[in-house]
Ligand binder design. Sequence first.
Ligand code: ATP
Length: 359
Amino acid sequence: MARIDLDNVRHAYGPDPKSDADFALRRVSHVFEDGGAYALLGPSGCGKTSMLNIISGLVAPTEGRVLFNGEDVTLLSTEKRNIAQVFQFPVVYDSMTVRENLAFPLRNRRMKTDEIARRVDEVLETVGLTALAGRKARGLTADEKQKISLGRGLVRPDVNAVLFDEPLTVVDPQMKWQLRASLRDVHRRSRATMIYVTHDQTEALTFADKVVVMYAGEIVQVGTPAELFERPSHTFVGYFIGSPGMNVVPVAIDGAGVRIGESRVALPAAPVVVDGARIELGVRPEFVKLGAAGIPASVIRVEDAGRYRVAHLSMQGHPIAAMLREGEKIPADPKVSFDPVGVHLYADSWRVALNGAGQ
Ligand code: ATP
């Protein structure tokens, strides 16, 4: 397996790119550590598939280098990179049995029969297909077929990484949960470097140790699910991750605090920002409290999501969402306050450290 480095990679599909806007990938430098489970998460069009295709060799970047274990592979074909790929639609031979599907790539390499049997048995076990080994692929469910695709990738002895491009798209909602859990398990057992592209935060957060969040052709944050939730580096991360996403409110700096309309919110220290920057306060609905003291607000509606309720309010002309605790009653004349541990400040969309210790 490999450590994969993207070194100042840029990519434009059109000829003669000039401004940043001409690049589908603006500038990406990132290291995927050997054996890591990564998700590339972002909305449609942010460049996830372009990045995956640059890693696999389907697309050659306009600028920059791709390194596998320190070796420059930028100009190598997909085949030479020894990458296994699992796409949206499973690639399997319907007329073959599950076992034959897994043995196929090894037969092509003229591996010895007993070695093929040993490896195939091992991978059948890893991906949970032992019981179906003798069944024809035709007639199996979409998630079983995806397991075959995955198994065919893992069975090769020299695979550098397994890349997944939205692999659960055609899988039934009920089976998604199960397949996702088994992918984690497969990763634990195989210790392969895995990179999983998705626009679905649940898929990303449940699969990956590290989530790479992309927005408009750039990586905006790389972190564990907890880091992305607790300290979003960019307002987009706050908004995109979480349900509902982080509240982002325009504010003005006022010493060691900020002003929201007529009201003031204290901060731990006076923030240091560039003059003229657009300043916003970010606070997740989980850290918004409704009580007798704070910023006056009016309730617009209360959303019942089954396991929790969310109050949507207007605060000094700005929308704000508050997560309600079980059985919590909204006061008649609610005032909004924030739990200080959940308060973040952003300058031109990027998070500003508030205590000088880079917190
Ligand atoms: P999606 O989830 O919709 O696939 P994505 O995050 O994977 O989105 P990409 O498919 O990498 O994003 O696309 C990034 C940008 O590059 C988009 O603006 C897209 O229109 C453009 N793009 C992608 N492939 C091509 C192509 N072959 N030719 C021209 N432009 C392309």
